[in-house]
Design a protein around this ligand. Structure first.
Ligand SMILES: CC(=O)c1cc(-c2ccccn2)c2ncccn12
Length: 116
């Protein structure tokens, strides 16, 4: 019998969740776990048009490259708002480098490839 779509979806979901967990391990200070607030980052929302964080990403049902795009957006937001040399800027560059390896093309393809 053909694999039920739900089975495929659930497997993809699991693998996406696994990737997300691997990405969050690369943010040990949890700077990217929750949405940035105006309180901790004054005028953040005047500078950053598309804020995103891991908690928001986990609520999204990603298709194909969106996960990688949103992950890179999260890191680049931090590199726009925070000045080079700051804790957050350095954490963002480090996270971006380790994250793009985790979200390598073949890993993403393996998730989105239709099952045989
Ligand atoms: C991601 C980011 O830009 C960020 C995270 C934080 C943050 C996240 C959790 C706890 C404390 N600070 C932050 N604080 C000031 C300025 C920027 N940030």
């Amino acid at each position: 019998p053909p694999k039920l779509l739900s089975q495929t979806r659930s497997r993809t979901h699991t693998s996406l969740n696994q990737l997300m967990r691997q990405l969050q391990i690369k943010d040990p200070s949890a700077f990217f776990s929750c949405p940035v607030t105006d309180f901790i980052a004054p005028s953040y929302f005047m500078i950053i048009n598309h804020p995103i964080d891991f908690s928001t990403m986990k609520k999204t049902d990603y298709q194909s490259t969106e996960l990688k795009d949103n992950f890179k957006l999260m890191c680049t937001d931090a590199m726009i708002y925070n000045k080079p040399g700051t804790t957050y800027y350095k954490a963002a560059t480090k996270l971006l480098h380790s994250g793009v390896n985790i979200l390598s093309q073949e890993r993403i393809q393996s998730l989105t490839q239709s099952t045989d």
